[in-house]
Design a protein around this ligand. Structure first.
Ligand code: GLN
Length: 537
């Protein structure tokens, strides 16, 4: 059994400082030094999971192999660490309370008064330690969502205080703060950091390391001031300066010796770090030999975080191809017959994004039609694939009323239900298909050249499925089902034969693309975009 170490990451002063990126960067650095690491996010909201949260407000919902709908920070963890996470890596206040209340109803507390301390805090501690149960990890990094001093995060900070006390030298606390620059006086200010650490101290937690987000370099004077006022060593005051890409952060943190300070603190050896794969990726990312313009057609374009994993996957694929990917987020609701050429004309590739509900769907259909007719490389993801098959039904098969049941539930006419809900297809009650499912790639398809294996596994988050009774008809007209879930006989991937690159996938490849393993579909999509644009010029 491993003697697991625990690192807690808290944040102060303001939200959105990038605790997730700092946690992921530290994890990557520790992995580079040969340690097995995982990262966990504790979210202080009352939703049981983020599955029901509005993407406009909270960004995308990230889905893990085991089908957990999680916070988008888990996407960063996987992209940085190249290791799968699971339901256990994301815990919300809602989930904690739900299990405590369930236990109470079952009578597990034997007449006790159930309270925040110890019952809620014990449940939090249990969830943190759960990741260590299999003895797989040397280090567990737990990121506490929110900002210290918030009412919501109090039980979490108390749990951290207790665990710290129980674990002694086997635990460390990192506090991330903001050191603002005042242009008027030309100074960096440490007071917000001092106050934030004071709040943490009032709750009984002394941070071991302070990571300072800043626009300007921290001079030695500032570092020693923060060290003195916050009771940490000067080497434990880490500068985290704004950088052009988040993928630069691990390198900066290595230069600042964040990993070494932490390893010393938790009593682990400082082995040689191997970051060659990462550095190679950065080199390709920063030295593109060309560029390509990709349009992402969706309806949550106001908040870039809604398509976080897709945007990152395109970036990984760009680096792999050593081209810069210029992404244009295009609102599907704003597309119509008259402006389609103007909006999509200059694109080298068109990606129709996932989504739910009716709004903006017709714009997606128009984008598919444009890509299909103009030989523009096309990738349709989930609802994007559904739009692709419906567009094909309407405009090639001439099934005029073709639709998805999700979008049009009114009539049972056969041409309406190109996409059926799982309830009908697999008798599962119409609930979402979530997480990893197998898919077999058809021999002789164009897709074979893209995926290295014949049996692949991809993650899902959807309700509707292609209606198999149309498979033959589609194939006769040039759209082929080339990826099939072998257990349930469900269409996972379609491709067009008379088109340079046109693929629709029912699953979400974007959840599996990482810095060091860019996803083959995205890589091939970008390669096709580059190739086709060269042909045109
Ligand atoms: N709304 C569609 C479905 O439920 C697609 C979901 C998605 O794009 N993630 O099947």
């Amino acid at each position: 059994m491993k003697d697991t170490r625990y690192i807690f990451v808290t944040g102060g002063v303001v939200s959105s400082l990038g605790k997730g990126i700092i946690s992921a960067s530290l994890a990557r650095l520790l992995k580079a030094r040969g340690l097995n690491v995982t990262i966990q996010k504790l979210d202080p909201y009352i939703n049981v999971d983020p599955g029901t949260l509005n993407p406009y407000e909270h960004g995308e919902c990230y889905v893990t192999e085991d089908g957990a709908e999680t916070d988008l920070d888990l996407g960063h963890y996987e992209r940085f660490l190249n290791v799968h996470t699971s339901q256990a890596n994301n815990v919300t206040t809602g989930r904690i309370y739900q299990s405590v209340i369930d236990k109470e109803r079952r009578g597990d507390y034997l007449g006790e008064t159930v309270q925040i301390i110890p019952h809620i805090t014990d449940e939090i501690k249990y969830r943190i330690r759960l990741l260590a149960a299999h003895g797989k990890y040397d280090v567990i990094i737990t990121e506490i969502g929110g900002t210290v001093g918030d009412i919501e995060s109090l039980p979490y900070i108390e749990a951290v205080r207790q665990m710290r006390w129980e674990l002694g030298e086997k635990a460390a606390v990192i506090h991330l703060t903001l050191v603002p620059y005042l242009t008027a006086s030309g100074e960096l200010k440490t007071k917000p950091t001092q106050h934030s650490v004071k709040t943490l101290l009032e709750l009984g937690v002394q941070p071991d390391v302070i990571v300072c987000r800043t626009e300007k370099p921290l001079n030695e004077g500032i570092k020693s001031k923060i060290a003195l006022f916050c009771n940490v060593k000067e080497e434990a005051v880490i500068e985290s300066i704004d950088v052009s890409t988040i993928y630069e952060v691990p390198i900066r943190m290595r230069d600042e010796k964040l990993d070494e300070v932490i390893l010393k603190k938790i009593g682990l050896p400082i082995n040689k770090a191997d970051l060659s794969g990462w550095e190679d990726f950065l080199k390709r990312l920063k030295n593109p030999k060309g560029k390509t313009r990709i349009g992402v057609i969706g309806k949550y374009v106001e908040l870039k975080d809604s398509y976080k994993s897709i945007l990152e996957s395109l970036l990984h694929a760009g680096a792999k191809n050593q081209v810069k990917v210029d992404i244009e987020l295009i609102h599907s609701e704003h597309l119509n017959e008259t402006n389609i050429e103007e909006k999509l004309g200059g694109l080298n590739g068109i990606l129709v994004a996932p989504g739910f509900g009716e709004r903006g769907f017709e714009g997606k259909i128009l984008a598919v039609k444009y890509a299909r007719e103009n030989n523009v490389p096309f990738l349709g993801i989930c609802l994007g694939m559904q739009a692709a098959v419906i567009e094909f039904a309407r405009n090639v098969l001439h099934l005029e009323g073709a639709h998805s049941r999700e979008v049009d539930r009114r009539t049972p006419h056969p041409v309406i239900d190109i996409m059926e809900s799982q309830k009908k297809v697999s008798g599962k009650g119409g609930t979402m298909r979530l997480g990893s499912y197998p898919c077999e790639i058809k021999k002789g398809s164009k897709l074979e050249a893209i995926y290295p294996e014949q049996l692949i596994h991809e993650r899902h988050r959807h309700r509707y499925e292609f209606n198999n009774k149309y498979i033959e008809m589609y194939a006769m007209h040039g759209m082929h089902a080339v990826g099939i879930n072998p257990n349930e006989d469900l269409v996972e991937i379609v491709e067009l034969d008379k088109h340079p690159w046109f693929i629709g996938v029912q699953f979400h490849p974007e959840y599996k693309s990482t810095v060091e393993s860019p996803h083959p579909l995205f890589t091939a999509f970008i390669a096709a975009a580059v190739k086709e644009s060269k042909k045109k010029n």
